[in-house]
Design a protein around this ligand. Structure first.
Ligand SMILES: Cc1cc2nc3c(=O)[nH]c(=O)nc-3n(C[C@H](O)[C@H](O)[C@H](O)COP(=O)(O)OP(=O)(O)OC[C@H]3O[C@@H](n4cnc5c(N)ncnc54)[C@H](O)[C@@H]3O)c2cc1C
Length: 519
């Protein structure tokens, strides 16, 4: 039965691609009627306008609330007007974008501003290269498209795997991609325009004031409403994307160091129970290397692949639901999923396609905990922590418990200069590994398991969680973050109080506890 299922599922993406190829001309005709090829394969799970009296909910479904009013602005003037109205009415303001954040950062009882209609994207040529200016509601795919169509074609340097999130949300929460030298995404940001507590638009950049810019880079919405983000971008290039599956037992710090030194980007996954025994378990290593070779797939084939990926993640979602009915079947189900998924690859893709290498990951609602941990010079602690999670999954399994069923994932980046980034470091050469564990929504014991992991990483490494992922359930976490941010809180507060003296944007209980250090 398993063999038949694996064969069927494994050939699924290929079958979809074949059938799409057969219907190529009619698909193309339809695509030409669309604004762009990307628009026919949008993977957005939650994109819709919220009416002013709606209950707002995030993608994961763990946060929902009814603010006094939801605003969908159409101009920067609207943003200024809301702030002035809120000032007059004694109301607070928080923002939301695509809602792909797990934590409660958007919550407010007062005014919620959703900038998804503000999505203009323009390109500027400067003496030292190109900069893209994107209104905060622009989807990453829109930015990619404008850059690809630019003459000469351009690309973002590093980005989230998902391309249907909005640049305002990505920047406000300090997100990251997988390109080591490029640091986190906010480290590519060269300018921000924010409507602050006085209801006026203020410009932030390193040239104007470096300290204020490093506070604004990851602001969590606390300096005001981000109206526009300016990112340094580069001429389009291709990336060779190599997927290999070495035995986990052969993976060590020397191997890792070699991979880091010889790749432009690196992502390491462990897919639980992908082999029949603990000793033969494999890792999935994904590397990106700049290439001058031509792209393996044509643009259209790339579109087909994304359609197929999106469809297969929908099937995977249904498949994983079996785990919730019978958690004891986790090893056989994740093993089967691994057999379908873990296929060697060595292909050349255009940079944006390689960065957003998997469409439809948000078709699988999931839990996600992620911490940034400072790597040792020789990367020994990176391997130690991967081993720790791996052994813990097996320890739990011995007791018939399966809290991790999707993936353990790790990306390695140089440190960030943003004061509130979880990968912040005064040493620009410091390297952080961003380690995360994911399970499908509803998985029993996820919180218990990840609390043990988080407590270890906090005690051993003073590590901080990703602001946008799940962290608020961890015991005493707000006091801990307050303590670990230490002087950085004071630095950020100095900027925050200047731009929001009446705390108009300070309306989130978790952030209040983080900043003031109280329960
Ligand atoms: C399937 C999946 C994959 C992901 N992959 C990655 C990844 O590869 N790397 C990574 O780092 N993260 C990743 N994330 C996390 C995701 O990138 C962040 O949650 C990001 O914030 C989502 O953007 P959004 O448009 O949904 O923003 P939202 O979740 O809607 O907003 C996030 C927060 O940003 C603030 N905000 C938004 N817009 C503004 C504005 N204009 N002004 C002021 N504040 C604002 C608000 O406080 C808001 O609460 C992933 C999430 C999911 C669900």
């Amino acid at each position: 039965m398993d063999k038949i299922a694996v064969h069927g599922l494994k050939s699924f993406e290929l079958a979809v691609i074949e059938s799409l190829k057969k219907n190529e001309s009619s698909i193309l005709k339809r695509a030409q009627n669309q604004e762009s090829q990307r628009s026919i394969i949008g993977t957005s799970a939650s994109a819709r306008d919220f009416g002013e009296n709606d209950v707002w909910h995030n993608w994961a479904g763990n946060i929902s609330f009814k603010p006094a009013k939801i605003f969908n602005p159409k101009s920067v003037q609207d943003l200024k007007d809301y702030v002035k109205a809120a000032q007059k009415d004694g109301k607070k303001i928080r923002c939301a974008a695509e809602g792909h954040t797990w934590s409660s950062l958007s919550m407010t009882n007062d005014y919620l501003v959703i900038l998804n209609n503000l999505d203009k994207v323009t390109v500027e040529k400067r003496n030292d290269g190109y900069v893209v200016h994107a209104e905060a509601g622009a989807e990453i795919s829109q930015i990619d498209e404008v850059l690809e169509n630019h003459d000469p074609p351009l690309t973002i340097t590093s980005m989230t795997v998902l391309d249907n999130v909005r640049i305002g949300g990505v920047v406000a929460t300090g997100c990251h991609g997988a390109r080591t030298e490029s640091r986190t995404i906010v480290d590519q940001v060269v300018g921000l325009q924010i409507v602050t507590g006085d209801g006026e638009l203020h410009e932030f950049s390193d040239e104007i004031n470096r300290d204020e810019m490093n506070a604004a880079r990851v602001s969590l919405g606390l300096l005001g409403i981000i109206y526009r983000v300016s990112l340094r971008v580069e001429p389009m290039y291709d990336l060779r994307m190599i997927d290999t599956y070495p035995l986990k037992s052969n993976f060590n710090a020397a191997t890792l160091k070699n991979l880091i030194e010889n790749s432009d980007g690196l992502e390491i996954f462990y897919w639980p129970f992908n082999s029949s025994s603990k000793e033969t378990e494999k890792l999935w290593i994904k590397r990106w290397i700049k290439s001058i070779e031509p792209a393996t797939l044509s643009d259209l084939q790339q579109v087909f692949l994304r359609v197929a990926q999106s469809a297969s993640t929908k099937i995977a979602h249904d498949f994983y639901q079996l785990i919730l009915e019978s958690p004891e079947k986790t090893p056989s189900i994740t093993n089967l999923a691994g057999k379908v998924k873990l296929i060697e690859r060595d292909e050349v893709w255009k940079a944006p396609n390689a960065i957003h290498y998997q469409a439809g990951i948000d078709n699988i609602p999931c839990y996600d905990l992620e911490f940034a941990i400072k790597a040792d010079k020789d990367f020994e602690n990176v391997v130690t922590e991967i081993d720790y999670v791996f052994n813990k999954i097996y320890d739990y399994a011995k007791e018939g418990k399966y809290p991790i069923n999707l993936v353990v994932e790790m990306r390695i980046l140089k440190s960030s200069s943003a004061i509130l980034s979880n990968g912040y470091d005064e040493d620009p050469d410091a390297i952080y590994f961003f380690l995360e564990v994911l399970s499908i929504t509803g998985t029993p014991l996820f919180n218990e398991f990840t609390t043990e992991l988080a407590q270890r990483w906090m005690q051993k490494y003073n590590a901080l969680p990703h602001w946008a992922k799940s962290w608020e359930y961890l015991p005493n976490i707000t006091e801990y973050i307050h303590d670990k941010l230490g002087e950085r809180i004071n630095k950020f507060e100095a900027v925050r109080v200047k731009y929001d003296p009446n705390n108009m944007f300070f309306d989130n209980e978790s952030l209040k506890r983080v900043f003031y250090g109280t329960k």
